[in-house]
Design a binder for this molecule. Structure first.
Ligand code: TYD
Length: 413
């Protein structure tokens, strides 16, 4: 499929092994964040196979298709500030970084800083923070808020320029970035340029353990090139001279891990890291057999959702969706759910409102459409925020509206 926009993965992005086995096929889907302007609805959209491979050597789980990063990330409609729970999450991270690692005057560099949500919380704690963000629209939003953001992809070259301007980084943060990067070797070389001798690399990634356990197949889409267990992540960082010394489990994005790494030998490993590694290995998380079970559960999840929605439609109920998430593109496409089923999708992101969902062309309306239109049932496409969304839509619930949770087996809440 070698063309201008994508390439086929030939070898593992961590260990270069060519032993890549297909473990899940989700069909062909459009790009997850490629929301469509109504006036362009008749134009063809990019679609690519969504196939999951696993490396037989280092066990990294990865996609077969690599879409060029500038196609995916130069303009980006996902803005972290649109989700209140993420703002709180990054506030807690800022507090932790300020307390543990970022001494007064030290510099923190955030790779993939989005609209500056973490930079703002760091600045509020007196930490000198700089963002490096490839999306021009998001970097502009952050800079307009006075949060210094360099509009570029993170590379050894940009790292050298940041180093020259700011000095070595006490902390480099990368939240939901590693899974998006094809050339991880280049990322590690850039880190090596920028990180201070005792500096800390703090990286958050969705955790493969949660993906498999909770059947979160919709978190698989073309932006997520890699799906990390701790073991392959450690192998990766070690290949760049970095040693993981601590790990935290986090509830965000359906379950994530945050690892802390430093140059080899500079930080003592924590007890909870040892426990997490033991737990992962005891659970056989990276065994290939795990995917056979997972693939069966994915099919069951699809069938249950299709059945429930079709029953509700059959009974004349009006249906909508909530959260024009990237993962909804996978879910809607894989389950064959479109505008015939969901009248609209409500979402808090101003950048997405007024657009149509990729492939399925369901209109995206502002959050208050839920109360104004009052569909009988609303499919939670941002199910990872179910609690916060239920709390925020008490009036809709009081007026008789109901939410449908799609994972792992569809149910009315
Ligand atoms: P997220 O799960 O972070 O999305 P993705 O699958 O793209 O990673 O959900 C973020 C989306 O959900 C974003 O479009 C904003 C929307 N959202 C709401 O509309 N209301 C809410 O209360 C929350 C928390 C998110």
């Amino acid at each position: 499929m070698e063309d201008a926009t994508a390439r086929q993965l030939e070898s593992c992005r961590i260990c270069a092994s060519r032993d890549l086995a297909l473990v899940l096929d989700l069909g062909s889907t459009p790009l997850a964040n490629a929301f469509v302007a109504p006036e362009r609805a008749a134009e063809p959209e990019l679609r690519f196979p969504l196939e999951v491979l696993q490396c037989g050597r280092c066990r990294l789980v990865q996609l077969s298709v690599v879409v060029r990063p500038d196609v995916l990330f130069r303009t980006y409609l996902y803005s972290s500030s649109a989700s209140a729970p993420m703002v709180e999450h990054f506030d807690r991270l800022a507090a932790e970084l300020a307390q543990r690692f970022a001494l007064p005057g030290a510099c923190v560099v955030e790779v993939g800083s989005n609209d500056g949500v973490l930079l703002a919380r760091l600045a509020a704690r007196g930490v000198r923070a700089v963002g490096v963000e490839p999306a021009a629209n998001l970097a502009a939003i952050a800079n307009a808020r006075g949060l210094e953001t360099w509009n570029e992809f993170f590379s050894a070259d940009s790292a050298r320029r940041v180093l020259a301007a700011k000095g070595p980084a006490a902390v480099v943060v990368a939240n939901n970035v590693l899974a998006h990067i094809d050339d991880l070797g280049a990322m590690l070389r850039a880190l090596d340029v920028l990180l201070a001798r005792d500096g800390v690399f703090a990286a958050e990634v969705p955790y493969l353990g949660d993906l498999l356990e909770h059947v979160e197949y919709d978190t698989i889409y073309h932006e997520h090139l890699s799906y990390f267990a701790l073991a392959p992540l450690r192998t990766l960082l070690a290949s760049g001279g970095l040693e993981v010394f601590d790990v935290e489990r986090l509830p965000v994005h359906g379950g994530s891990v945050r690892v802390f790494a430093g140059r080899a030998g500079r930080h003592a490993g924590t007890e909870r890291l040892a426990r997490a590694l033991e737990g992962e290995s005891a659970a056989g998380l990276t065994d290939r057999g795990r995917f056979v079970d997972f693939a069966t559960r994915v099919q069951a999840s699809r069938e249950a959702l299709r059945r429930l929605l079709s029953e509700l439609r059959g009974a004349g109920r009006r249906l909508a969706g909530y959260g024009a998430t990237a993962k909804s593109t996978t879910l809607l496409s894989f389950c064959g759910i479109g505008a015939e089923t969901l009248a609209f999708i409500a979402d808090t992101t101003p950048l997405k409102q007024g657009l149509l969902t990729p492939g399925t062309h369901i209109p995206i309306l502002p959050d208050d459409a839920l109360l104004a239109e009052r569909p009988d049932y609303t499919l939670l496409l941002a199910w990872n925020y179910a609690d916060a969304i239920m709390r925020g839509h008490a009036s809709y619930l009081a007026a008789g509206g109901r939410f449908v949770h799609p994972m792992p087996l569809a149910r009315i809440l």
